[in-house]
Design a protein around this ligand. Structure first.
Ligand code: GDP
Length: 387
C-alpha cells in the first residue's frame, strides 16, 4: 500500500487540510529513512506507512497518523525530537519521543529488569494514550512481517507479544489487533498445533456452513416480519481462542462446538432485545449461557448479548447480538471512542469514557506509589489477566 492509497482511505473521514499534513509527515519520514531497508529487503518507509494504515483503518485522528509515519525517525535516522517539534509541533514530537523511549526498552530475561521495563512502558502510555495505540499497530505490523527475523528473534518477539501486548490490547478493547497478534504468535511458537487446528477448523467449517446458513435464513425471515433491520453473518472463531480453550479447559477439538457462531448487528438497543426474544422463541436457550453485556459492559467496554441455543439438529449454537456502534467498540475499543474531531490535540482520555478507563489511571497512580518494580508488575498483571 502506497501513500496515495493511504490518503484515499483517510479521505473517507478526514478533511483536505489534514490529508495535506499527513502527506507532509510522509515526505519528511520518507526522506529521513531513504536508503534504509527492512529485514524483508523492502524500503524502510513501507513500515511506518503500514503502521499508519492500521491506524487509519481504526479512523484515528490526524495527529496519530502523522506520529505513526514519523515514529522511527528519531530512533533510526539523524532527525532529533527537537527537529520534529519545530516542524510538526509539540503533540507530535511528544508522541514520537514516547515511542522512541519505548523502543529503547530492551526486554531482558532477568525477571526484575523486565518488570522495570514494563513499568517504563506504562509510564510512557500515561502521557498520551495514543502512544500505545501507535505502539500496538507497530507491533502488529512487526508480527505480520515476523518471518524475516531470525528464529530466535521470532520466538522472543512472539512471546513478548503474547505476554505484554495482547493483554494491553485486550484491556483497551482493541480485539481486532489482539486476535491477529495472538494467531501469529501461536503460529511461530507452536506451529504444529496452529496448523493442526487451522486444518480441522477448515474442514469443520465447510460441514457447518450449510447448517448455519439455514439458521440465518430463519432469523432473517423473522426479523423482516417484525420490521427489524439486521445484518446477520456467520462468525468464525480465531485459532488462538480454540487453542486456548483446548489447553486451559483440557478439551479435544471435536468437543468445541462454537467454531462457527452467528452474529446479528442491529440499529439500536431496543432491537437487540427484540432480536433476542425472536431467537429464544425460535430455539431453546441453553441454561446458564445467556449473558447481558449490554446492561453490564465488560471492563474493556465490550457490549453485546450472548446466548447459546439448541438448534434444530440439537447442536448448541452461539449467537451474539449488538448494535453497529457496539460492534465498532468491540473491534477497536478505545480507538473507536477516539471519534475523529477537528483540532483535537489532547491525548488525555476524558469524560464518561475516561471514567470507564479508570483502571488505567489506577495503574498510573499505583506505579507512582510503588517503588518496587516487581511488586508493581505483579499488581498490573493480575489486573490484566482477569476479565
Ligand atoms: P461468554 O461466557 O458468553 O462471555 O463467553 P466468552 O467469554 O467465551 O466469549 C464468547 C465470545 O464473545 C468470544 O469468542 C468473543 O467473540 C466474544 N467476546 C467476549 N468477550 C469479548 C471482548 O471483550 N471483546 C470482544 N471483541 N469480543 C468478546
Amino acid at each position: 500500500m502506497g501513500m496515495e492509497q493511504l490518503l484515499e482511505k483517510a479521505s473517507g473521514y478526514m478533511k483536505e487540510q489534514d490529508l495535506a499534513r499527513i502527506r507532509e509527515a510522509y515526505e519528511y519520514a520518507e526522506e529521513a529513512h531513504r536508503g534504509q531497508l527492512r529485514k524483508s529487503g523492502e524500503p524502510y518507509i513501507l513500515h511506518p506507512l503500514a503502521v499508519a494504515e492500521i491506524l487509519v483503518n481504526m479512523q484515528m485522528d490526524v495527529v496519530t497518523v502523522m506520529a505513526a509515519l514519523l515514529h522511527d525517525v528519531v530512533e533510526d535516522t539523524n532527525v532529533t525530537v527537537d527537529d520534529v517539534r519545530e516542524k510538526f509541533g509539540e503533540t507530535i514530537a511528544g508522541l514520537v519521543d514516547g515511542l522512541t523511549k519505548l523502543e529503547k526498552i530492551h526486554f531482558r530475561s532477568k525477571e526484575e529488569q523486565q518488570n522495570e521495563n514494563y513499568r517504563k512502558m506504562f509510564l510512557a502510555m500515561a502521557n498520551d494514550i495514543r502512544v500505545i495505540l501507535i505502539k500496538l499497530s507497530d507491533r502488529l505490523h512487526n508480527m505480520r512481517t515476523l518471518k524475516f527475523q531470525s528464529e530466535e528473534s521470532q520466538r522472543r518477539i512472539a512471546h513478548e507479544t503474547l505476554e505484554i501486548y495482547c493483554p494491553i490490547a485486550h484491556r483497551l478493547g482493541i480485539s481486532a489487533i489482539k486476535w491477529e497478534m495472538e494467531d501469529i504468535a501461536l503460529r511461530f511458537l507452536n506451529p504444529q498445533q496452529y496448523y493442526r487446528i487451522a486444518n480441522l477448523m477448515k474442514k469443520k467449517r465447510t460441514e457447518r456452513e450449510e447448517y448455519i446458513s439455514e439458521l440465518i435464513d430463519r432469523i432473517r425471515e423473522k426479523l423482516e416480519e417484525m420490521g427489524i433491520q439486521g445484518d446477520i453473518s456467520g462468525r468464525p472463531k480465531h485459532i488462538f481462542s480454540v487453542y486456548k480453550k483446548m489447553t486451559t479447559r483440557n478439551k479435544q477439538f471435536n468437543e468445541i462446538y462454537d467454531l462457527l457462531a452467528i452474529r446479528i448487528l442491529v440499529d439500536n438497543v431496543k432491537d437487540c432485545y427484540a432480536t433476542l426474544g425472536i431467537i429464544h422463541t425460535l430455539w431453546k436457550p441453553m441454561p446458564g449461557r445467556f449473558k447481558d453485556y449490554i446492561a453490564m459492559p465488560k471492563a474493556n467496554m465490550y457490549q453485546s448479548l450472548h446466548t447459546t441455543v439448541v438448534g434444530p439438529t440439537g447442536e448448541p449454537t452461539e449467537i451474539q447480538i449488538r448494535t453497529w456502534e457496539m460492534h465498532r467498540t468491540s473491534e477497536f475499543g478505545i480507538a473507536a471512542h477516539w471519534a475523529y474531531k477537528e483540532g483535537k490535540e489532547t491525548g488525555v482520555v476524558q469524560g464518561s469514557f475516561g471514567d470507564k478507563m479508570s483502571w488505567f489511571r489506577e495503574i498510573i497512580e499505583l506505579q507512582q506509589e510503588t517503588r518496587d518494580a516487581a511488586e508493581f508488575m505483579e499488581s498490573v498483571k493480575m489486573d490484566f489477566f482477569t476479565d
